[in-house]
Design a protein around this ligand. Structure first.
Ligand code: SAM
Length: 284
């Protein structure tokens, strides 16, 4: 069933998803301050972190914790409160709620119950990093945090490697060395940007290859985002040429080409004739 939300055409209580700074309190918007002053209560990740932010702006409101571990149980209660006339805000420790943070369930269920969701936009680390990266942002894939296990993370990167879109990831300082090592072997020639401690005193952007950034990895502390230039077609083709003939054929078959056309494309990539490819495949 189609649902239409005309946010500001009624006086019903609402749920407010409020963006907060990613480090520099001066990035708090006037609308975010006014919203947090207006709502009946605020749900946040770590009450100590949000209390500091509220104190800075002289806001006193009942605070409740809402995080990955109690999101499932609390969402229903929060939405019941809104249906009973309470305006409620959800904030993260930093940046926009939901972006690698809790809040998605609340929005999904609010939409199901036809409760208005008001997003009060604020900074987000990945958008900030992307803008400062000098890497194309017209097509991006945002993965948030990859798996914390080294093997799983490497597999994820292996799968993302051939995307021509810019790749945007969040990474922890504890894993940055391993991740840069993986990037150095999987995509050695890519331009990457590591943006850390954005909007804070030690803000830094490192622009270079994975290997160049790896060389100074021991100095890299704090919160960080990695922006990786997408694969070029030349790079993807080189990988295919270096791989087996069957894998190369499969690459084109997976894209929906028939066998004849796939053979023609493989021959073209390898600088040989279609009949050579045919003979070679028959020999296997
Ligand atoms: N909701 C947040 C947002 O909108 O960006 C992201 C929350 S996520 C749990 C935290 C991660 O975001 C950090 O580990 C880091 O990768 C990134 N991050 C947050 N603040 C940052 C900052 N000031 N500089 C660089 N990265 C930051």
């Amino acid at each position: 069933m189609l649902k239409r939300q005309k946010t500001f055409q009624n006086n019903l209580a609402k749920i407010y998803m409020v963006g907060v700074p990613i480090g520099n309190f001066d990035d708090m918007s006037i609308r975010a301050i006014n919203t947090l002053k207006m709502v009946d209560m605020i749900y946040c990740e770590d009450t100590r972190v949000t209390r500091k932010l509220l104190a800075h702006f002289d806001i006193t409101k009942p605070l409740h914790s809402y995080h990955t571990f109690n999101e499932n149980e609390l969402t229903e209660n929060i939405l019941n409160l809104v249906q009973n006339g309470k305006n409620i805000a959800i904030v993260s420790d930093a940046g926009m709620p939901i972006i690698s943070d809790p809040g998605y369930l609340a929005v999904r269920e609010a939409i199901n119950k036809q409760i208005d969701v008001v997003v009060v936009p604020g900074p987000s680390a990945f958008v900030t990093a992307l803008v400062g990266s000098g890497i194309p942002s017209n097509r991006i894939v945002f993965t948030g945090f990859l798996n914390s296990g080294d093997n799983k993370r490497k597999n994820e990167l292996q799968k993302l490697k051939d995307l021509t879109d810019t790749l945007v990831l969040y990474e922890s300082p504890h894993r940055i060395k391993e991740t840069l090592t993986m990037l150095s072997s999987l995509m050695p020639d890519r331009r990457i940007c590591l943006a850390r401690e954005l909007t804070k005193t030690y803000e830094e952007y490192l622009h270079g290859t994975p290997q160049e950034i790896l060389a100074v990895a021991d100095e890299l502390k704090g919160e960080m985002v990695i922006i990786i230039e997408g694969a070029t077609l030349k790079e993807i083709n080189q990988d295919l040429i270096n791989g087996s003939l069957n894998e190369h054929m499969q690459h084109y078959l997976d894209q929906g080409f028939d066998e004849k056309e796939a053979m023609r494309l493989v021959a073209k990539d390898r600088g040989t004739s279609k009949s050579n490819i045919y003979q070679e495949l028959k020999r296997k």
